[in-house]
Design a protein around this ligand. Structure first.
Ligand SMILES: Nc1nc2c(c(=O)[nH]1)N[C@H]1C(S)=C(S)[C@@H](COP(=O)(O)OP(=O)(O)OC[C@H]3O[C@@H](n4cnc5c(=O)[nH]c(N)nc54)[C@H](O)[C@@H]3O)O[C@H]1N2
Ligand SMILES: Nc1nc2c(c(=O)[nH]1)N[C@H]1C(S)=C(S)[C@@H](COP(=O)(O)OP(=O)(O)OC[C@H]3O[C@@H](n4cnc5c(=O)[nH]c(N)nc54)[C@H](O)[C@@H]3O)O[C@H]1N2
Ligand code: SF4
Ligand SMILES: [Mo]
Length: 741
């Protein structure tokens, strides 16, 4: 069977989820033989980078799982049927709940770069179990930003790079990591226009830095000083937007922040960064003089020293320049699901860590397990994530996962985490079910794409929606009497169904908690879109929150009418839908009044800047552990043959450091950190500055029974190296040294 038609789907390798067209073929018609960008996709408009062309390495990976696995007493796995697996998983988790309370059951993941519907379905299983604590990779990267942004602008902002005249990237290499639609097109357009300025802050001369007008190659880990210097210069030179501040920012806060910043003299701050003072001033003037500044901070600063302080100083810079709520600046998009939230009242149960956006800091999870504290996590469900590889200090994470009473892993492959599980439940791939992500953050037009399934599930696998429905049923969470009235309404069409849902489910907290699986079980949807059922509930919430934005996109009327119209359109539109159309004025309406600059805890942290302990002379270098490169995609694709270049994941080293050690490209070195060591081939790179090393992310995974290729970065990181406020890891700032092996 060979399909000769192009079929629509999306890339699953980064959060952009560019629309793709694929041609199926090969054995059983189950291979993605040709891949190209989908011109009809409203956000990506035909764009695709080099990574998805070989997506078949994901779909047909040799370590795809095809049966549930159960751990035997001797540690090996045996294949068991789905009925057995579901019954036993439900029994074991229910036993933990009954003995220790549902709060002892921890949930990790819920989707990676391409799949977020499982996280929505899992809320039903968690509700059925009374499970409360959870986390995901966001608590390694974005929670510091969420925590300060919630208090300053009412939520994390995104920026309009298409219409800015000054673009600023802080610790972000969008040429490879993207995160903005059609990143390379946008970057090239900014670079080619003499009236626009591209500013990149990165110790490394990245591909993005190569395009930049101003590249500030800071000394690693000194971004806080650079931001202090910039803010100081803006204040000194009167480059702040006083009209914006007077109108929108709480009175007196400018003065408070200015006084705190002035305590650190600009020349001293610049000296810390190792940069040419004139370059710093030129960049400050470009930022202060911008018509529209768009900026983006990412892992280079968010996984580094002073991460939350930098997130705050960055937002101070944005507000001082009035770069909020006008074209080409920063906005608060209308979203289907809010992923950024502020702090929760209750800290994590054992470590007492601050919980932001509902997420326990990744760096304390092992501490929450490896203890005799009565509130420790005793069971864990991991879904669409690989924490044994992605969390700091893999060794300790493995120890923690192994200490659990029950570990259940839902994955397509036998990942590093799955290997430690008591039960592994094999999921259908992202091309074998309907899927979507919730990272839709564009403005003024925001898109949503429900991709239909391209292929029937690989035999032995199930979509997560089905897995969660079966788990809820095995837990006795609902019965036929709950489903029958909804099924009857479904037979009368979508409007009748939505009405019945509103009447029967929404007012009943028990049923509302199970809504995702009730929708999945009772809606009458085409086979290739079945897993989209949960969207009805999510769209209903969006219609209530963002009615005017949906109406401008053509989904008007009552919230019920808007919900149904949007749902039908999303189901029908194979390339995705513009679901929200905004106006810039909406941004300031959406934000709290007034906006805030002065956060007392961060002001205090600023006063401590410079008081850090001196570096350990045994580790004179700084390792950035986890760089995004041309062929890295977290651990989504495990086959090393996928990588067209850099298959072994070389350690990038500056020419000076390589010469000092006497190594050349291709030769192995021993990389030593306080937590571990590894032997890795070197790539001598003029893009690196002296003293700075870079390892790629996503390597060091086994494949098809073969041992790992490359270095797993978190064998080298330590969980204690983390942000004091939200616990985000300092993966980009690991003390290290090099030795000849
Ligand atoms: N190709 C590819 N793209 C991806 C991914 C992938 O795996 N592969 N993953 C996706 C995911 S999950 C994410 S979160 C994003 C992350 O996207 P990015 O944050 O852009 O990715 P990184 O390469 O981890 O880090 C960015 C930069 O930080 C720099 N850096 C290191 N130390 C410092 C410092 O002290 N100061 C400053 N200013 N910069 C520093 C590094 O040199 C690097 O160029 O990428 C997404 N896109
Ligand atoms: N040292 C260091 N550590 C890091 C980083 C770093 O830069 N340096 N980056 C961090 C960041 S930003 C991120 S986002 C994380 C990423 O790390 P994680 O969030 O842990 O996830 P991934 O590596 O993306 O793994 C995704 C898993 O989902 C599985 N999978 C794929 N498709 C499906 C599906 O349809 N269903 C199910 N159930 N499973 C599926 C894959 O097989 C894989 O095991 O790593 C973090 N860790
Ligand atoms: S930018 Fe991201 S989503 Fe788009 S094709 Fe590349 S990896 Fe895939
Ligand atoms: Mo990430």
């Amino acid at each position: 069977m060979t399909g000769d038609a192009w079929r629509k789907t999306a890339c699953i390798l980064c959060e952009c989820n560019c629309g793709l067209e694929v041609m199926l073929g090969g054995e059983g018609g189950r291979h993605l033989v040709k891949v190209r960008g989908d011109r009809a996709h409203p956000a990506s408009r035909g764009y695709a980078c080099e990574k998805p062309h070989r997506l078949d390495h994901y779909q047909n990976g040799r370590d795809r799982l095809t049966s549930p696995l159960r751990r035997r007493a001797d540690g090996s796995f045996e294949a068991v049927g789905w009925d057995v697996a579901v019954r036993e998983v439900a029994e074991r988790l229910a036993a933990v709940r009954d003995r220790h309370g549902g709060e002892a059951i921890f949930y990790y993941g819920g989707g990676g770069q391409g799949n977020h519907l499982p996280g929505a379905y899992a809320t039903a299983t968690r509700r059925a179990l009374g499970s409360r604590h959870r986390s995901s990779a966001l608590a390694q990267e974005k929670t510091g930003e969420f925590w300060v942004a919630a208090r300053m602008t009412g939520g994390a902002t995104r920026a309009d790079f298409e219409h800015c005249d000054v673009a600023l990237f802080l610790g972000k290499n969008p040429w490879h990591s993207h995160s903005l639609p059609r990143a390379r097109v946008t970057l090239k357009a900014i670079a080619a226009d003499p009236a626009r300025t591209l500013i990149v802050v990165d110790p490394r001369r990245t591909e993005t830095a190569e395009l930049a007008d101003l590249h500030l190659a800071v000394r690693p880990g000194t971004d806080a000083w650079l931001l202090v210097a910039w803010i100081g210069i803006l204040l000194e030179e009167g480059l702040v937007d006083r009209a914006f501040l007077a109108e929108h920012v709480a009175p007196g806060e400018l003065e408070t922040v200015a006084a705190a910043v002035r305590r650190l003299p600009v020349p001293d701050a610049i000296a810390r960064t190792g940069l040419d003072p004139e370059l710093v001033r030129t960049a400050a003037r470009a930022i202060g003089g911008a018509r529209a500044l768009a900026s983006f901070e990412d892992l280079g600063v968010q996984m580094n020293r002073h991460s939350t302080l930098v997130s705050w100083l960055h937002r101070v810079l944005v507000l001082l320049t009035g770069s909020f709520g006008k074209p080409g600046t920063h906005h608060l998009p209308a979203t289907v699901v809010d992923i950024a939230d502020g702090e929760e009242k209750r800290p994590s149960p054992v470590a007492g860590a601050r919980v932001v956006g509902g997420l326990v800091p990744c760096n304390v999870i092992a501490d929450e397990i490896l203890t005799d504290h009565p509130k420790r996590y005793r069971a864990m469900i991991v879904e669409g994530a690989n924490p044994a590889h992605s969390l700091a200090d893999s060794r300790r994470v493995r120890e923690a996962l192994s200490a659990l009473d029950t570990l259940v892993v839902v994955d397509v492959a036998l990942s590093e985490t799955a290997r430690l599980a008591h039960y592994v439940l094999p999921a259908s791939s992202q091309f074998e079910k309907a899927e979507a992500t919730f990272f839709n953050l564009d403005f003024p037009e925001n898109t949503f794409h429900l991709r239909r399934r391209l292929l029937p599930p690989l035999p032995g696998t199930l979509p997560e929606a089905e897995i969660h429905a079966r788990l809820c049923e095995a837990l006795g969470a609902y019965g036929e009497e709950d489903l029958a009235p909804l099924r009857a309404a479904a037979a009368r069409g979508l409007a009748a169904y939505a009405g019945a849902f509103l009447q029967r489910v929404m007012p009943d907290p028990r049923l509302m908690g199970l809504a995702p699986v009730l929708l999945y079980r009772t809606m009458a949807l085409p086979e290739e879109a079945r897993e989209g059922a949960v969207l009805l509930a999510l769209f209903a919430r969006a219609a209530l929150r963002h009615g005017p934005s949906l109406a401008r996109a053509g989904f008007g009327g009552s919230p019920l009418e808007a919900t149904c119209a949007l749902f039908e359109r999303v189901l029908a539109a194979e390339s995705g839908v513009v679901f929200a159309v905004d106006e810039w004025a909406e941004v300031l309406r959406r934000a709290p009044k007034p906006l805030h600059l002065a956060l007392p805890d961060l002001l205090e942290e600023l006063s401590r800047l410079g008081g850090e302990p001196a570096a350990d002379p045994a580790f004179p270098l700084i390792l950035s552990a986890g760089e995004r490169r041309s062929f890295t995609a977290n651990t989504i694709i495990r086959d090393p043959a996928w990588r067209k270049e850099d298959a072994a994941g070389a350690l990038r080293v500056s020419p000076g450091d390589a010469a000092a050690l006497g190594v050349v490209t291709g030769e192995p070195v021993r990389l030593v950190t306080p937590r571990g060591s590894a032997v890795v081939p070197v790539e001598v790179s003029p893009a690196m500055q002296r003293g700075h090393l870079a390892l790629p992310n996503g390597l060091g995974v086994g494949y098809g029974g073969e041992g790992p290729v490359g270095v797993a970065p978190n064998e080298l990181t330590a969980a204690g190296d983390r942000d004091p406020f939200v616990g985000t890891p300092w993966h980009k700032h690991v003390p290290a040294r090099l030795e000849r092996p």
